[in-house]
Design a protein around this ligand. Structure first.
Ligand code: ZN
Length: 110
């Protein structure tokens, strides 16, 4: 089972400690699929909806993004409405106070 970089979304081998693409440290709690449906701060490209779905269901985030974009065009924007609904409906990841990042390593974006 693949895991995904929390910063850039690159697929990584299971149990990877570092991203082979951007070098980000992978907190163990953040890389396992099957977590709650939340929009993470790290690795999001638009609103984190695709990343939230990919992480919650263990899908490939790149595939989710491609399908979302294709579906947007083929549905004449209907998916865009659904995306906005998901943006509003999926709770934002709470600020990282759990110590998931090792000391001295700050989440991307700070
Ligand atoms: Zn990365």
């Amino acid at each position: 089972m693949a895991v995904y970089c929390t910063r850039c979304g690159t697929g990584l081998p299971a149990g990877a400690r570092f991203c082979s693409n951007c070098g980000a440290v992978m907190p163990a709690a953040n890389v396992a699929p099957g977590g709650p449906l939340i929009r993470p701060h790290a690795g999001r490209q638009i609103a984190g909806v695709c990343l939230a779905l990919a992480r919650a269901y263990g899908w490939d985030v790149s595939a989710v993004r491609i399908i979302t974009v294709l579906a947007f065009f083929f549905s004449s924007g209907l998916v865009g409405v659904a995306y906005l609904a998901a943006w509003i409906g999926i709770p934002e990841e709470p600020p990282d106070l759990s110590g998931a990042y090792p000391p001295g390593v700050y989440p991307p974006g700070i």
